[in-house]
Design a protein around this ligand. Structure first.
Ligand SMILES: Cc1cc2nc3c(=O)[nH]c(=O)nc-3n(C[C@H](O)[C@H](O)[C@H](O)COP(=O)(O)O)c2cc1C
Ligand SMILES: CCCCCCC(=O)C(=O)O
Length: 374
């Protein structure tokens, strides 16, 4: 059951993802806001994510025959009603007492897939029970393979359709916003799926690096990805790839999809924008596996631009927390419905009848658009 005690109505005037963000900032405690909105260090990558989308122009096309138009598509062999997924987002009870169950109810009503974080504040089984949509389990690999495998087996048993292994955060980003706000998880929010699991700790002596002496001791490496691929028949997607070299390596491990992601600018600041990284990775991957993009997607036109640059689908992260904070499950379904409606309008106005008809021809003047560093 979803906790129904939090906000559950869309306030008047909320008609875009930006509106949700502004309302969420006004109602959330300052320290929770610092965690949810906090970028790495100076927030440059997060800003570039938006600037890159904003700098790309679309080539409008008129009078196209839109008979049988639709946003339905496929990802990893599975049908989806639109190419927009709920990204894995930790600690959702920070935003709303219903947490991940509220999100999955909203995602199900909007017919959108949802990725469930290893660091969810609800058990992965409870989320699956409330779900009527396709679920992907986001895996942070744990200190031992045995413990990692226990999470994989739970996800399989609960009916998750794929694994998404996040590989870009073996250590936390430099989260200055969180540090300034003194953010700590409140007692009612816990990462219940990994409670009691061993975590890496520093064994650094005076003047030694805690990162290199302890915190990275059990961090996953490519051999762990090769190992994981052998352990499950579920499709495996790697999340957090921005380098074409890493994309090639991921392919050699047999992954089924790649999420091109800079973690919304929350890990290594000054990584390239998500769309720049996508262009580089797509050039290397050349369609051998589907690419999913996240980082800065806030409009249907952003979805269209990402698809034109080689993505098969996109994910939204922070907007999930914004919508959840403002209106719980109703906010989630509304936020996803806004994106769907905006995507439909953008497809209609660029003459794209189906998702697979979206290509770089809809970009003006081609994909070397202003806003993308060459
Ligand atoms: C509050 C918050 C928590 C997040 N937690 C996770 C997580 O547990 N696992 C993960 O792989 N990514 C996590 N992310 C990153 C998102 O999955 C996604 O990569 C990012 O938010 C996309 O950028 P956007 O927020 O601009 O849409 C988190 C993002 C936010 C905002
Ligand atoms: C050591 C990495 C912790 C990441 C915590 C959750 C997450 O991905 C995020 O906040 O972003």
């Amino acid at each position: 059951m979803s906790d129904t005690s939090g906000p559950s109505e869309v306030p008047p005037g909320v008609v875009s993802l930006g509106d949700y963000e502004r309302h969420a900032q006004a109602i959330l405690p300052a320290d929770a806001w610092a965690y949810i909105s906090g970028a790495g260090a100076d927030g440059l990558t997060r800003r570039w994510n938006r600037e890159a989308f904003d700098g790309m122009r679309l080539a409008g096309r008129v009078l196209a025959d839109m008979t049988d138009a639709g946003t339905d598509t496929m990802l990893m062999g599975m049908p989806m009603s639109m190419p927009v997924l709920v990204a894995p987002v930790a600690h959702q009870k920070l935003a709303h007492p219903g947490g991940e169950v509220a999100t999955v109810l909203g995602a199900s009503a909007a017919r959108a897939w949802m990725c469930v974080s290893t660091l969810a504040s609800t058990t992965l089984e409870e989320i699956a029970e409330a779900s009527q949509t396709t679920l992907i389990f986001q895996l942070y690999m744990q200190a031992s393979r045995e413990v990692t495998l226990s999470l994989v087996r739970r996800a399989e048993a609960a009916g998750y359709s794929a694994l998404m292994v996040t590989v870009d955060a073996p250590v936390n980003g430099v989260r200055n916003d969180e540090q300034r706000a003194g953010f700590r998880l409140p007692p009612h929010v816990a990462a219940v799926n990994v409670q009691g699991f061993p975590t890496p700790s520093s064994r650094a002596g005076p003047g030694e690096s805690p990162v290199f002496k302890g915190l990275l001791d059990t961090a996953p490496t490519w051999s762990d990805i090769e190992w994981l691929r052998q352990q499950t028949t579920l499709p495996v997607m790697l999340k957090g790839i921005t380098s074409p070299h890493d994309a090639e390596r991921a392919l050699s491990c047999g992954v089924d999809a790649i999420a091109v992601s800079n973690h919304g600018g929350r890990t290594l600041d000054t990584l390239p924008s998500s769309i720049e990284a996508l262009l580089a990775v797509a050039d290397t991957v050349r369609g051998r596996v589907p690419l999913v993009l996240d980082g800065g997607v806030r409009r249907g036109t952003d979805v269209l631009k990402a698809l034109a640059c080689g993505a098969s689908a996109v994910m939204v992260g922070a907007p999930v927390m914004h919508a959840l904070a403002v209106a719980g499950p109703v906010g989630i379904v509304h936020m996803l419905t806004i994106l769907r409606a905006e995507l439909e309008a953008a497809m209609a106005l660029t003459g794209c009848v189906r998702i697979d008809a979206i290509d770089e021809e809809i970009l003006w003047p081609g994909k070397d658009a202003p806003g993308l560093r060459s």
